[in-house]
Ligand binder design. Structure first.
Ligand code: NAD
Ligand code: GLY
Length: 370
């Protein structure tokens, strides 16, 4: 079974990847010598499928688990929900040694992680990601937090889990659209860090889309290795970690101007990465052949690569980019690719270049599907 280590000194932890890991959750938590009481935070969709085996496993290992279920969807990532979780933890006398299990996708992981980071000034937590996006990205690296009306992820903490359990069997029940959205982050790792992974994705995409077990095990493990490698070098995003944001400046702006309702995150960053590839061609000489391979791989994965924008939406998109968390001193900086597998961060880009990249991802009804 693949095991990936996130090396962060005393805060180091393992990521276990394999089929049927959920039944071993209790034994894994026992090995970490965590306190007896714990809370499993999950959402309504995941609870219906996986709360029972998670609780049974914890009970078998001698823990006393409390189930906290939040509504499914991004709206659960809010301070009101954080408070509701605190109240249930306090009512059930959870102590410093008690721990939290985040059982679900990125929403549950970010929310439960933030609750763990702040309840009693911090109690341990374990991530059990159940979406592809959460297994390859959000459960690893310690970014936790919730949204404000003013924007996404504006309140949070860097707080590392004690263990991440990626049970690949959970991916079998994931809706197709959510699965494809997770692939956008996997493709991202190929572009930013590992040209061989990119080539493998080009070759294996049909098998991956069929959710072939061996292919999934490989892409989840390789994605986690890359994320662990980056986070181990730059936990709090003072430099290198920014490369994980390839395609995200435009992607986040697309999510914002469509009120987080039209595109899933993975879909928005798919368009964002294609736009970033065009920018990379103009600014850093990424070859047109590589730009086309990037675009084609997102298409093969069933992800959008263009969008329809009116002139006023275009203005809104540029304004939204300047509000992104990654803006510093009013300057938008991009992560751009020199070639497949090699990117640089902190690239200042004139707005005329951004406009040209947006022209290239503008939906054209007569564009022939290639
Ligand atoms: P999500 O958590 O909303 O899950 C998507 C949907 O799938 C939900 O309806 C959920 O109930 C359902 N679901 C989850 N697992 C399932 C399963 N196994 N079977 C059937 N249904 C299942 O969305 P997500 O895409 O996992 O995460 C998105 C969130 O992650 C966003 O809030 C984003 O900001 C955050 N994020 C965080 C980081 C980070 O580093 N912390 C990185 C990327 C994204
Ligand atoms: N998903 C970006 C990061 O973890 O830094």
């Amino acid at each position: 079974m693949p095991l990936v280590k996130v090396s962060l000194g005393t805060r180091s932890y393992n990521i276990k990847i394999g089929g049927s890991l959920l039944p071993g959750l209790g034994a894994d938590c026992a090995a970490l010598k965590l306190g007896q009481k714990c809370a499993v935070i999950t959402d309504t969709n995941v609870a219906a499928r996986y709360a029972k085996p998670a609780l049974a496993s914890l009970n078998r290992a001698g823990f006393e688990p409390l189930l906290i279920t939040v509504p499914a969807g991004e709206t659960a990532k809010r301070l009101k929900q954080v408070e509701a979780c605190y109240n249930q933890l306090a009512a059930n006398r959870m102590e410093r040694k008690s721990f939290i299990v985040a059982l679900g996708g990125g929403v549950v992981g970010d929310l439960a992680g933030f609750v763990a980071a702040s309840y009693l000034r911090g109690i341990p937590f374990v991530q059990v990601p159940t979406t592809l996006l959460a297994q390859v990205d959000s459960s690893v690296g310690g970014k936790t937090g919730v949204n404000l009306a003013a924007g996404k992820n504006l309140v949070g903490a860097f707080y590392q889990p004690r263990l991440v359990l990626c049970d690949l069997n959970a991916l079998r029940t994931l809706p197709e659209r959510e699965f494809r959205a997770g692939l956008a982050e996997v493709i991202k790792y190929g572009i930013i860090y590992d040209a061989d992974l990119f080539v493998r994705l080009e070759r294996d995409m049909p098998k991956i889309l069929r959710r072939d077990a061996a292919s999934l095990a490989h892409i989840v493990a390789r994605s986690c290795e890359i994320k662990a490698d980056v986070v181990s070098q730059d936990e709090t995003e003072s430099g290198l970690r920014a490369i994980l944001n390839f395609g995200h400046t435009i992607g986040h702006a697309i999510e914002a101007i469509t009120a987080y309702g039209r595109y899933l995150h993975g879909e928005a960053i798919s368009i964002g990465q294609v736009a970033a590839a065009h920018l990379s061609a103009e600014r850093l000489g990424l070859s047109t052949d590589e730009v086309e391979r990037i675009r084609a791989l997102f298409v093969t994965a069933g992800l959008p690569v263009e969008l329809k924008l009116s002139a006023s939406q275009r203005g809104g998109l540029l304004a939204a980019m300047t509000l992104d968390k990654k803006v510093s001193a009013g300057e938008i900086k991009f992560v751009l690719a020199e070639r497949l597998g090699k990117v640089t961060w902190g690239q200042k880009v004139p707005s005329a270049s951004v406009q040209r990249a947006l022209d290239l991802v503008q939906f054209k009804p007569d564009r022939r599907k290639r």
